[in-house]
Design a protein around this ligand. Structure first.
Ligand code: PRP
Length: 216
């Protein structure tokens, strides 16, 4: 069977609510930041299924022993926020993944060419091939930024099927590119918006997430 990119849009009331708040042009920066944090939390919760490493354990209760399942802290877990906007989602993700290492990736999309350029990369030269990686970026538009992030990870030894992408609004051009290059990959998003305008902005989208998070 040929593998295909899997894109999950969890039908959860909290995800729908915070997406609506984030989309609203009248939402001030402080509330927009909260909305993105909440989306990071709930989408990471969904993404952690069958991704976060666990191991069997025997638990001693006050009365008896019983089998249990605990997080396997020996398997490395990493979060890669794509700066700047991915930092907003990181805040929520980190509350669920307190032991994860955070590797910042600074990408700036050129407003004319729409090509991303990298200004910061704190990743190690090589990752343990077992490493579970969560990439956070609220918007997948043309796909240039997410493809650049994927390439940085894969060339450092990360297995694409161990990567989860958490975003808020995903657009078909980005999803199509990911599907061709990384068919085993899984994306968690609050919504899929069909339209990308001439300036590379997602419509209806939520505006410029980086500017709205940081009030610039
Ligand atoms: C935005 C967004 C994504 C990227 C998506 O970041 O947060 O990273 O553009 O566009 P693409 O799919 O066409 O590459 P931007 O470059 O505006 O930087 P910022 O997060 O610092 O605002």
């Amino acid at each position: 069977m040929t593998q295909q990119l899997r894109v999950y849009v969890p039908p959860h009331p909290l995800i729908k609510h915070w997406l609506a708040v984030a989309r609203d042009a009248a939402t001030p920066s402080v509330l927009f930041r909260s909305a993105i944090t909440e989306l990071g939390r709930w989408l990471t919760y969904e993404a952690a299924r069958e991704w976060l490493p666990t191991k069997d354990a025997t638990i001693q209760t006050p009365l008896d022993t019983c089998p249990g399942t605990v997080i396997d802290a020996e398997v490395p877990v990493a979060v890669v926020p794509i700066l700047r906007a991915g930092l907003g989602l990181l805040e929520g993700a980190q509350t669920l993944l307190p032991l994860a290492s955070i590797y910042h990736l600074g990408l700036q999309r050129n407003e004319q060419t729409l090509q991303p350029s990298c200004y910061l990369n704190s990743m190690p030269e090589k990752f343990d091939p077992q490493t579970r990686v969560l990439i956070t970026d609220p918007m997948l538009a043309t796909g240039g930024s997410i493809m650049a992030a994927m390439s940085e990870l894969v060339q450092r030894g990360v297995e694409p099927s161990l990567i989860r992408i958490v975003c808020v609004v995903a657009c078909p051009p980005a999803l199509q590119q990911l599907n061709v290059a990384y068919p085993g990959l899984i994306v968690y998003t609050a919504t899929i918006d069909e339209t990308l305008n001439d300036q590379g902005f997602i419509v209806p989208g939520l505006g410029d997430a980086g500017d709205r998070i940081f009030g610039t």
